[in-house]
Design a protein around this ligand. Sequence first.
Ligand SMILES: CC(C)(COP(=O)(O)OP(=O)(O)OC[C@H]1O[C@@H](n2cnc3c(N)ncnc32)[C@H](O)[C@@H]1OP(=O)(O)O)[C@@H](O)C(=O)NCCC(=O)NCCS
Length: 177
Amino acid sequence: MLLERGKERARRLWGLSVEVGIVKADLETERDDLIDFDKQIFPDESWIDCLEQEWFQDILEAWWVFVGDVRAGCVVFVRGINVNKAGFSIRNKRYLWIASTGLLPEFRGRGIGKTLKAWQIAYAREEGFQKLVTQCRVSNARMIGINKRFGFQERRIYPGSYQNPEEDGVVMELKLR
Ligand SMILES: CC(C)(COP(=O)(O)OP(=O)(O)OC[C@H]1O[C@@H](n2cnc3c(N)ncnc32)[C@H](O)[C@@H]1OP(=O)(O)O)[C@@H](O)C(=O)NCCC(=O)NCCS
């Protein structure tokens, strides 16, 4: 169902010349695939720690992004999580946290990221969340630009929250209702 709706949205919103499909990953059987895949997207860093942390296990959710039949990217959500002022994760059922949005290099810059953002927002609304929140490097102008274009606002800067190279993170939030 979501796959079909995702495809429709992709075509309608951005007139992509490719067909984008979004399919839920099975974390029981595909965790290692996701970890390997993530290394191709982020060779020097990873969100894998959230896949391995006991605390997150019941609220993690991952999706594969297909272009045609090819796995082109993935999206990871943590359901019901926000961050406090100190940068620690806290449970808050109003929030859907986007832990990762990534495409393999050859699929970037073709409008797929914007399509994914549109889908993430629609999905969060469908699932009844009130806020969508995400973080990226302060230098990630492309991701920050996409987020702003969809109405996300900068909420906080976390000094030194990334490694390799060390860099500040910016937390951005979208109010859904
Ligand atoms: C971030 C990512 C998901 C975006 O997807 P994408 O398919 O490359 O992005 P799109 O082609 O849909 O859109 C790119 C938009 O950013 C804009 N953009 C590109 N570089 C930019 C810059 N330096 N400053 C501002 N905007 C920029 C483009 O102009 C385009 O918008 P436009 O079409 O309105 O002009 C993808 O590039 C990616 O996987 N990158 C590596 C992983 C990553 O950084 N993930 C995010 C952190 S979790």
